[in-house]
Design a protein around this ligand. Structure first.
Ligand code: AVI
Length: 319
């Protein structure tokens, strides 16, 4: 049996094997978020250089009343959140909507039951009267059930997560969201804006090395989960923002010609000196880019809600 058939498809193991044997090496940023990586990401969100979290918090704490005013619903509606995380920012929107007397049910969706349980506890401790129907599992299965009932929906996809998808994949995901939505349903998209390149560069290459540790965690995962012998100090981290394309691309860099072996994959991986492993795309958008993406996915942009520095937008779209 060859290696490709021995290793289950769609697993970390299969993706590492493919990513590190392709001509241009790559590892997906979706694998950043094991327990350790999620902890490092929390640290990133607290860094002064990493502005998106604070900007989106500001938007949702100060402008949720304006967001509510833009919703065309005059009956009960659902607020459906994809990948809800810890809910710190969403809480701002939910509490304003409740203060203003909006009649809604909050439906957070996450693949992790643990994350959903923590979120429910967190939200109900401050908003005990909230109507909440958390769902665990696949976004699209939940969308299918929601599209069968006539209640209008406001969908939330916050945090700038769309920027971590390649253009075609982002479009594919948004088209799938669109297909599961009813005419008149709304989508609030967190999107990071193009800005002074120095600000973006610092956010993804901090002096303390927290973002480096976030990326290096991929190599630790390979060592721990795939029984490998990568020497972590033989790799560095490099991240670059290109104002021309709006892309931040992040990489691990091999500091010398070297190899490592994984017992689980039964494979030795070779690296040239200075060879790169591409780890992440974080796309930044202009308002024109946002319009084009929304239109190509079947939406119209209703309004953009920005922080006071115009660094980040929660962009409200209608189907
Ligand atoms: C989760 N995602 C939106 C973050 C971003 O800004 O692309 C992940 C991240 N990568 C480095 N810093 C933060």
């Amino acid at each position: 049996m060859d290696k490709a058939t021995e290793i289950p498809v769609n697993s970390f193991a299969a993706d590492v094997l493919k990513g590190l044997t392709d001509e241009k090496k790559h590892l997906s940023s979706k694998y950043f978020y094991d327990d350790n990586g999620s902890r490092i990401f929390m640290e990133i969100m607290k860094m002064p250089e990493y502005y998106p979290t604070g900007c989106e918090f500001e938007i949702l704490s100060q402008q949720s009343g304006n967001i509510l005013n833009e919703l065309p619903f005059n009956e009960r509606f659902n607020i459906v959140e994809f990948g809800s995380g810890d809910g710190v920012k969403t809480k701002q929107l939910l509490s304003t909507f409740m203060e203003k007397g909006a009649d809604f049910t909050y439906v957070p969706i996450d693949i992790s039951q643990e994350a959903i349980d923590a979120l429910e506890k967190n939200i109900t401790s401050v908003l005990p009267n909230i109507k909440m129907k958390p769902k665990t599992g696949d976004y699209f299965k939940v969308l299918e059930t929601l599209s069968k009932d006539t209640t209008p929906n406001l969908f939330l996809f916050l945090g700038g997560n769309i920027g971590n998808y390649l253009r075609q994949d982002a479009l594919g995901l948004l088209r799938k969201f669109n297909a599961g939505m009813k005419k008149g349903d709304m989508l609030l998209m967190g999107m990071d804006l193009k800005k002074n390149p120095h600000i973006i560069q610092k956010a993804y290459d901090d002096a303390q090395g927290i973002t480096k540790a976030f990326n290096m965690n991929l190599l630790s995962r390979i060592n721990n989960e795939l029984d490998a012998d990568i020497k972590l100090d033989q790799f560095d981290f490099y991240s670059n923002y290109s104002p021309k394309t709006g892309e931040v691309n992040s990489y691990l860099v091999s500091l010398k010609q070297q190899h490592f072996h994984s017992m689980v994959l039964d494979t030795t991986f070779h690296f040239e000196k200075d060879e790169l492993i591409w780890t992440e795309l974080s796309q930044k958008y202009s308002f024109e880019d946002i319009d084009i993406l929304a239109n190509e996915a079947g939406f119209t942009v209703t309004k953009n809600f920005m922080d006071c520095k115009y660094y980040f937008t929660d962009s409200l779209w209608v189907k």
